[in-house]
Design a binder for this molecule. Structure first.
Ligand SMILES: Nc1ncnc2c1ncn2[C@@H]1O[C@H](COP(=O)(O)OP(=O)(O)OP(=O)(O)O)[C@@H](O)[C@H]1O
Ligand SMILES: [Mg+2]
Length: 522
């Protein structure tokens, strides 16, 4: 290390050197060097100037008096320095230890401690005192800076903790979320946006423009959407269909304006939420409402039709008797007369069946109710179908869970009707050959405790048609082959039992009809 002061002629003696050194020390302190380095250089210069063996700066810290900087041997203990500071005559302080306290107003900051085996000259005393005076504000300032540094560090940590907490919240949301600024640059990108086939890593997205990252939509369209929110300050919301994850999903996209100050919109938050399940539930709900309305209407109409039907049937019957009387009295009637009467009779019976079916759908009768084992109902239905010419040709596979509970307040006859309708539909969908599986299993909750699936490998149902199949009279079967009442009756019965019917179907591959009923422990 080079001495700080300009070299002083040796003839001037220690006192002269001391005075010259002082000028150098002040220059050192006002230099651009860090205080740490400056103090080390000052102590070294002081040690050589005063020909001392040790020169150190001790500081008062919350942990006690500490040797903060030093040059030379460094043998003095805290107790010795403290003793020298409190009283010069104290026996605890060694004779070669010289201490000069560094104080600023009422505050004791520390002390300069020197090992000097001679009595210092007055100029040297002056130098030490002047140095202590010069160092005092510097050290106080440094101490304040250090306190501020600690404070800033702790505040920064606090802010960082808060930021991470907010980030964690945003990452935990089951939503895709990102924020762009006025230049369309991505400022925030949550973890959910990293998943899926369109997922992009946060590190890759942040700082880039949204057009570089999202390619699914034309960038002009995307820009227009954002510009709209920036200029109007209004939230925008729309739905989007996507098959990027492999299956068709519906997303609700919301663009929310954000302002950092009181002025114009500075950022736009975009949230993407998968609402497929919600929408399906909505559709199921509106379907149920629609069917209920149809049911009410049908009940009213059928009631009106029932009476004229009964009249027609009675008139046809009387006509039959009249014709018999006429024939007995020798009158010859046109040959079609009997055929016409037969047609009237058949058609009236057919109408009656339709009316009864519709009434069943709209308000299933309240027959005897008991606890019913669903597995037994399935077995009974299969037993009845065993004699059906076409059904016999199918392969039927059953897998019935013996742990199934019993459905309370149920009517076994009606439930047979349900499974019968489902199995006949399966048969119709497959032609004469194929495999139908019937699987029963225990559901997740008592309210949905019995699940029976009828799975066929038939022609399936188009997505666009699925919403209609429970409507009365909806049929794709030729005239005279189907009335379109089977499923609507199933729906009415299962609903009346506190359950529901679900359907999954893939065109050309087959369908699964799922009946879900409440149970009690078996
Ligand atoms: N398992 C199935 N596979 C394919 N399509 C089906 C299946 N079940 C029902 N469907 C479709 O739903 C329509 C309505 O069924 P629903 O049972 O209500 O009436 P239907 O079978 O046509 O006549 P009905 O049952 O009154 O004799 C059917 O015509 C058919 O298009
Ligand atoms: Mg049917």
């Amino acid at each position: 290390m080079t001495p700080l002061s300009p070299t002083t002629p040796a003839s001037d003696g220690r006192a002269g050197r001391a005075l010259a050194t002082l000028a150098g020390l002040s220059a050192e302190l006002s230099s651009a060097r860090s205080l740490e380095t400056s103090i080390e250089r000052i102590l070294e210069t002081l040690r050589t100037t005063l020909e001392s063996q040790e020169c150190a700066l001790w500081m008062h810290t919350p942990q006690g008096l500490r040797r903060a900087w030093g040059s030379g041997l460094g043998h003095f203990t805290e107790a010795q320095v403290r003793a020298a500071l409190t009283s010069a005559d104290d026996a605890g302080a060694p004779a070669e230890l010289r201490v000069v306290p560094i104080v600023l107003g009422p505050r004791r900051l520390g002390a300069l401690a020197l090992r000097l085996e001679r009595v210092p000259e007055p100029e040297e005393e002056l130098l030490l005192q002047a140095l202590a005076n010069v160092l005092a504000p510097e050290l106080a300032h440094a101490e304040r800076s250090r306190q501020l540094e600690v404070e800033v560090a702790s505040r920064t940590m606090e802010i960082e903790r808060g930021r991470r907490f907010t980030e964690k919240i945003i990452d935990s949301l089951p939503l895709g979320l990102y924020v762009i600024d006025r230049e369309f640059r991505i400022q925030s990108w949550n973890r959910k946006r990293e998943t899926g086939m369109q997922g992009v890593q946060r590190e890759e997205a942040i700082g880039r423009t949204i057009f570089e990252i999202l390619h699914r939509q034309p960038s002009e369209m995307l820009r227009r959407e954002f510009e709209d929110v920036f200029s109007t300050g209004r939230m925008q919301e729309y739905q989007m269909e996507s098959i990027s994850s492999g299956e068709a999903r519906t997303y609700r996209i919301t663009k929310i304006p954000m302002r950092l100050g009181d002025g114009p919109v500075t950022h736009v938050i975009t949230i993407g939420e998968d609402v497929t399940d919600w929408r399906e539930a909505q559709e199921r709900f509106s379907q149920a409402e629609k069917l209920a309305a149809i049911g009410q209407l049908a009940a009213g109409v059928m009631h009106e039709i029932n009476n004229p039907l009964a009249t027609i049937a009675a008139c046809a019957e009387s006509l039959g008797y009249r014709i018999e009387d006429l024939e007995r009295s020798g009158v010859t009637l046109a040959p079609e007369t009997h055929d016409f009467l037969g047609i009237i009779d058949n058609e009236v019976v057919r109408c009656k069946q339709i009316v009864d079916g519709l009434l069943e759908f709209s308000r299933p009768k309240q027959p005897r109710k008991e606890r019913v084992n669903v597995n037994e109902v399935v077995e009974r239905t299969l037993f009845l179908l065993k004699h059906h010419v076409r059904f016999k040709k199918l392969t039927v596979e059953t897998s019935l869970d013996p742990l199934m509970g019993r459905v309370p307040h149920a009517n076994a006859e009606q439930l047979v009707q349900v499974f019968m309708a489902l199995l006949l539909n399966a048969m119709d969908a497959m032609g004469d050959r194929g495999l139908v599986r019937i699987v029963s299993r225990v559901g997740a909750t008592p309210a949905e405790g019995a699940v029976v699936e009828v799975i066929d490998m038939g022609h399936g149902i188009a997505r666009s048609e699925i919403g209609k199949i429970f409507e009365p009279f909806y049929t794709t079967k030729g005239p005279g082959k189907g009335t379109g009442l089977g499923l609507s009756i199933c729906y009415g019965i299962v609903q009346e039992h506190g359950g529901r019917v679900e359907v999954e179907s893939v065109l050309g591959q087959g369908s699964t009809f799922r009946v879900i009923l409440p149970v009690v422990e078996s």
